[in-house]
Design a protein around this ligand. Structure first.
Ligand SMILES: Cc1ncc(COP(=O)(O)O)c(C=O)c1O
Length: 422
C-alpha cells in the first residue's frame, strides 16, 4: 500500500496524494482496452479495487470461509469476528457512535428501501409529506413512490436552479409541520453539486422532520461524519468506495433504529420463533435476514482501511483540483455544455452534452480510445427532464485519476467533434 507523499504541510491543506503509488495498488489500471491503456472515468458508477481489498476477499475464502453468528467451530467464530470488525470499522469511518448503528444491506438502493419499508411504513400516513429534491437518484425516489401509492402520503421535490444548485427559497414552504422526512443527496451523481447538508438539516429539524442523506457519492470522496452533520439516517454503497459489490449500509441513530420494525424475515434476524409468532433480534441483526454478504463486508473493511491510510481530506482535495482542471480543459471543446455548478461547488464528476451528438455515440468513440465514461440518464431521469435533455455523458474521477487522463479525455472529445463534424 502506498503512503501519500507530503509535498505541502499547512494546517488547512491536506498532504498531496502520491497518485503514481496509488495507481500501482490497483491491478486493473494496468489493463489495455482496444489496445490502449485503460482510462477509467466511470467511478461514480463503481470504483476499482486495490490489491489489499482483493487480497482480503481471497484470504477470507482461502482461510476462513464459514457462516456467521451460527457455528461454534473455529472458522465460524473467525468469520463472525472479521465480519463484525468490518462493521465497527465502517461505523468509526463515518463518525457513528457504535457498530450497531450500521445495518448491512446489498447496496445503497436496498438501504433506502429498508428505510422506506420499515421507518416509512411505520410512520407515514395520508396527509404527511416526504420531501425529496429534483436531483435525486432513482433509488431515493422510487422507494417513496412505491410506498406513497399504498399509504397515500404526499411527495414534494425541492427544485433545482439552472446552475445546478437547490432553490433554498422554497424550503420554508415545503418544510411545514406536514413534512416528516427530508431525504436528499449529499452530492448529485449528475451535476456534481455538493449540497449544504448542515443548513438543510437544521431547517428540517426546526420543522420537526427527520433527515436521510443519500451519501453514495460523498462517503467515498470526502470526510463524512454523521455526528457532526447531525443527520438521522444515511445510505451508501461499498462498491463505490473501493469495496466489493453486494455490500452497502444504512446508518441510523440508535434510538430511531431501535423502534423500527424488521422489514425482511428469516434466519438471523430473530430472537425466538414459535408457530404463533416471533420476537425480533436486537440491533443491528433484526434488519439482516439470512446469510449476509460476509466476504463483501470484510472486503469493505479492507477498503475503509485503504481510504483511512490514504486520508479522506487528501482524496477530497486531490479531486477538487482535478475537477477544476477538467472543467477548464473541457471548456476548450467546441459545443460542449457542462451541467451543474462551478468547480468550487462540486465534487469530482462532470456531466455534459456535446452539440446534438448522442451521449452513447460519445461514449462509444471514447471506448475505442480506451476511455470509460458513462452515458445515459445515470438513474436520474427526472433531473434530465428538468434540463429538457434525454441523456448526458459523465466523466467521474477518483483518487487514482490524473491530469494526463483528463488531457486524454479532452483530446478524445475533440476527435468526437471532428468525427461528427458539427
Ligand atoms: C447518488 C446515488 N444514490 C444512489 C445510488 C445507488 O447506488 P447502488 O446502485 O449501489 O444501490 C447511486 C449509484 O449510482 C448514486 O449515485
Amino acid at each position: 500500500m502506498s503512503t501519500p507523499t507530503r509535498t505541502q504541510s499547512t494546517e488547512q491543506r491536506p498532504p498531496a496524494l502520491n497518485v503514481e503509488a496509488i495507481r500501482a495498488d490497483f491491478p486493473i489500471l494496468q489493463r489495455r482496452v482496444h489496445g490502449l491503456p485503460l482510462v477509467y472515468l466511470d467511478n461514480a458508477a463503481t470504483s476499482q479495487k486495490p490489491r489489499s481489498v482483493l487480497d482480503a476477499l481471497t484470504r477470507y475464502y482461502e482461510q476462513t470461509n464459514a457462516n456467521v453468528h451460527r457455528g461454534v467451530h473455529t472458522l465460524s467464530e473467525e468469520a463472525t469476528a472479521q465480519y463484525e470488525a468490518a462493521r465497527a470499522k465502517v461505523a468509526s469511518f463515518i463518525g457513528s457512535c457504535c457498530p450497531k448503528e450500521i445495518i448491512w444491506t446489498r447496496n445503497a438502493s436496498e438501504a433506502m428501501n429498508l428505510l422506506a419499508q420499515s421507518w416509512g411504513r411505520a410512520n407515514l400516513r395520508r396527509g404527511d409529506r416526504v420531501l425529496l429534491t429534483e436531483m435525486e437518484h432513482h433509488s431515493n425516489i422510487v422507494p417513496w413512490q412505491i410506498l406513497s401509492a399504498e399509504l397515500g402520503f404526499e411527495i414534494a421535490y425541492l427544485r433545482v436552479a439552472d446552475d445546478g444548485t437547490l432553490i433554498l427559497d422554497d424550503l420554508p414552504r415545503l418544510l411545514d409541520g406536514r413534512t416528516k422526512l427530508f431525504s436528499f443527496t449529499y452530492m448529485s451523481n449528475v451535476l456534481g453539486t455538493i449540497n449544504p447538508v448542515v443548513e438543510l438539516t437544521r431547517a428540517a429539524h426546526r420543522a420537526g422532520a427527520l433527515v436521510h442523506l443519500d451519501a453514495c457519492q460523498a462517503v467515498p470522496h470526502m470526510p463524512v461524519n454523521v455526528t457532526e452533520l447531525d443527520i438521522d439516517f444515511m445510505s451508501f454503497s461499498g462498491h463505490k468506495m473501493l469495496g466489493p459489490t453486494g455490500i452497502g449500509a444504512l446508518w441510523g441513530r440508535r434510538e430511531l433504529l431501535n423502534v423500527m420494525p424488521p422489514w425482511m424475515g428469516g434466519g438471523d434476524m430473530i430472537r425466538e420463533v414459535h408457530l404463533s409468532g416471533f420476537k425480533p433480534s436486537e440491533l443491528p441483526w433484526k434488519f439482516e435476514a439470512g446469510t449476509p454478504a460476509i466476504a463483501q463486508a470484510i472486503g469493505l473493511g479492507a477498503a475503509v482501511d485503504y481510504l483511512e491510510r490514504t486520508g479522506m481530506a487528501a482524496i477530497h482535495q486531490a479531486e477538487r483540483e482535478l475537477i477544476a482542471y477538467a472543467m477548464e480543459r473541457l471548456a476548450t471543446v467546441e459545443g460542449l455544455r457542462i451541467l451543474g455548478p462551478a468547480a468550487d461547488q462540486r465534487g469530482g464528476l462532470v456531466s455534459f452534452v456535446l452539440g446534438d451528438i448522442h451521449p452513447h455515440d460519445i461514449a462509444a468513440v471514447l471506448d475505442n480510445l480506451g476511455i470509460a465514461i458513462r452515458a445515459g440518464h445515470h438513474c436520474a431521469q427526472p433531473l434530465h427532464e428538468r434540463y429538457r435533455i434525454p441523456a448526458s455523458a459523465r466523466a467521474s474521477f477518483y483518487l487514482y485519476n490524473t491530469r494526463e487522463e483528463v488531457d486524454l479525455l479532452v483530446k478524445a472529445l475533440h476527435k468526437v467533434v471532428e468525427i461528427f463534424n458539427f
